[in-house]
Write a protein that binds this ligand. Structure first.
Ligand SMILES: [Zn+2]
Length: 131
């Protein structure tokens, strides 16, 4: 079994190959597809060059299936999806919605793994976890 990523609302799979596909909206309300890498801590972003995203801009992430917004309950600047690993164990993934900000959190119960050089930015949102 491979690592899979799912919408927390409709549970449809968001990943295909080495891509996690999101429908997004930038701060001017323009919509575009954003593809993120399934390896946590890899911040490669693929998008159409005509879909402009400025560094520091906050994007809205939506499920391409049910169109619900993928907002984290931990912090308004974070998006949240589900991940299941090769053993079928399910985690919450939270990541920054701010373009260029590298903050990712993998949560199961009280355990949190962190990724990205900007992860310290949201430590407050995850206090109570063991690091
Ligand atoms: Zn969905």
């Amino acid at each position: 079994m491979n690592t899979d990523f799912k919408c927390p609302h409709c549970l449809n799979l968001l990943n295909v190959g080495d891509n996690i596909v999101f429908s997004t909206r930038n701060s001017w309300g323009k919509q575009g597809l954003i593809i993120l890498h399934p390896e946590l801590g890899n911040y490669t972003v693929i998008k159409h060059p005509g879909f402009e995203v400025l560094e520091g801009e906050i994007l809205e992430f939506y499920c391409p299936f049910c169109s619900k917004q993928l907002l984290s309950a931990r912090n308004a600047n974070l998006a949240s999806i589900l991940m299941s690993d090769e053993n079928g164990i399910e985690y919450e993934i939270h990541f920054s919605r701010i373009a260029g900000q590298h903050s990712t959190y993998k949560i199961i119960g009280q355990n949190i793994d962190i990724y990205g050089e900007d992860a310290a930015e949201y430590f407050d949102a995850f206090n109570g976890g063991s690091w």
